[in-house]
Design a protein around this ligand. Structure first.
Ligand code: ADP
Ligand code: F6P
Length: 321
C-alpha cells in the first residue's frame, strides 16, 4: 500500500534543512511513497496548510540555507488541545508517518504527537545549537561553526593591529557547543559557556596573565547564554588598561549555504528516517553516534539532555598558554 509521508520543519531554522527536505522527498518517492510538506512548523498542522512534494519540487535547494517549508516558534502547540488538532490533520490527510526536522524543542512536540496518534513520528536533528540528545552532531552545526570562525578570523586581524581585546558573542542560549567549537577553532584566549559561567573578575585575571606573557590582543568567545556580553565588555574596558570592543556574530550563524558536511548529514539522516518508516520501526530519532548513522527511541531523544564535554574547555586553556 502506498504510504503518505509528511514533513515539517520546526523551531529555529538551520542550514541544511532544505537538503533534508530534498532527501526525504526523493528517497520517499524512490520507495513509492507520496510526500506532503506542512508549512511553518507546527502551525501547518494546526491550520492544515501543506503542499504536495515531488522529486522536481525539491530541485536546486541542496545548497540553500533556510527551509522552503518555512518554520516558526509555535508555543500554542504545547497545548494538548492543539496537539489533538495536529493529530486530526494527520488523520484527515491519511499521513502514515511524519518526519520532524528540528531541534530539541521540536522533538518534544514530536513526542507528544506520537503519543496521541498512531502515526509513526521520526525526528531528524537540525539546529545550529547541536544540543539534541542522541546525536553527536546536528544538521547546521558545522555550517554555523564555520560562519562564526570566518567572522572571528577577520576580527582577529583588527584586534592584532590595534592590540585590542574583542568580546565576540555567538549563538547558544542554553548550551555552549557552538562557543566551545568556535573558540578552539579560532584560538580564543577565553571561552565562556552557560555550563561554566566565569565572572568578570575571572576574565580579567586571565587577561592580566596573558598581558604579562606579552599577549596584548585577544579574543573572548562567549555564548549568548553565558551572560550579558555588553556588560562584560564595559566592565573589562573600565577595569583594565586594554581597549575592549564587542562583536555579535548573530543571525548570520543561522543562514548561508550549508557546508558539505551539513548537506551530507541531512541526506544520510533522511535515508535512515525513510528506512525506519518502511520497516515500521516505530517512533525514532535519527542521529550520528561515533561516526555511525543510527536511531534511538524518540522518547529518549526528546526527554534526554545532551551535556557539553567540559574537557574541551580544559583543552582550550592549554592551547591558549
Ligand atoms: P527547536 O526545535 O529549534 O529547539 P523550539 O524550542 O522553539 O525550537 O521548539 C520548536 C517548537 O516545538 C516550539 O515552538 C513548540 O511549538 C514545540 N514544542 C517545544 N516544546 C514542546 C513541548 N514540551 N510540548 C509540545 N510542543 C513543544
Ligand atoms: O535554537 C537556535 C537559536 O539560534 C539559538 O542559538 C538562539 O538562542 C535562538 O535560536 C534564537 O531564537 P529566535 O530565532 O526565535 O530569535
Amino acid at each position: 500500500m502506498t504510504k503518505t509521508i509528511g514533513i515539517v520543519t520546526s523551531g529555529g531554522d538551520a542550514p541544511g534543512m532544505n537538503a533534508a527536505i530534498r532527501a526525504v522527498t526523493r528517497i520517499s518517492h524512490y520507495k513509492g511513497c507520496n510526500v506532503i510538506g506542512f508549512e511553518r512548523g507546527w502551525d501547518g498542522l494546526l491550520t492544515n496548510t501543506f503542499r504536495r512534494l515531488g522529486p522536481r519540487n525539491v530541485g536546486g535547494i541542496i545548497h540553500t540555507g533556510g527551509t522552503i517549508l518555512h518554520t516558526l516558534r509555535c508555543p500554542a502547540f504545547e497545548d494538548p488541545a492543539n496537539q489533538e488538532i495536529g493529530v486530526q490533520t494527520l488523520c484527515k490527510n491519511n499521513v502514515d508517518a511524519l518526519v520532524v526536522i528540528g531541534g530539541d524543542g521540536s522533538f518534544r512536540g514530536a513526542l507528544e504527537l506520537s503519543k496521541r496518534s498512531g502515526v509513526q513520528v521520526i525526528g531528524i536533528p537540525a539546529t545550529i545549537d547541536n544540543d539534541v540528545y542522541g546525536t553527536d552532531e546536528t544538521i547546521g552545526f558545522d555550517t554555523a561553526v564555520n560562519t562564526a570562525v570566518g567572522t572571528i578570523d577577520k576580527i582577529r586581524d583588527t584586534a592584532l593591529s590595534h592590540e585590542r581585546i574583542f568580546v565576540v558573542e555567538v549563538m547558544g542560549r542554553k548550551r555552549g557547543f557552538l562557543a566551545v567549537h568556535v573558540g578552539i577553532a579560532v584560538g580564543a584566549e577565553v571561552i565562556l559557556t552557560p555550563e561554566k559561567p566565569t565572572d568578570t573578575r575571572g576574565v580579567i585575571q586571565i587577561m592580566e596573565k596573558n598581558s604579562a606573557k606579552g599577549k596584548r590582543a585577544g579574543i573572548i568567545v562567549t555564548a549568548e547564554g553565558a551572560g550579558d556580553s555588553t556588560k562584560l565588555t564595559a566592565e573589562l574596558q573600565e577595569q583594565t588598561e586594554s581597549e575592549v570592543r564587542l562583536s555579535i556574530v548573530g543571525y548570520a550563524q543561522r543562514g548561508g549555504s550549508p557546508t558539505a558536511r551539513s548537506r551530507l548529514l541531512a541526506s544520510l539522516f533522511a535515508e535512515k528516517a525513510i528506512e525506519s518508516i518502511c520497516n515500521n520501526g516505530g517512533n525514532r530519532a535519527i542521529g550520528l553516534q561515533n561516526g555511525v548513522i543510527t536511531s534511538i527511541e524518540l522518547e529518549k531523544a526528546a526527554r534526554g539532555t545532551k551535556e557539553l564535554d567540559l574537557r574541551l574547555l580544559e583543552v582550550a586553556d592549554m592551547l591558549s598558554i
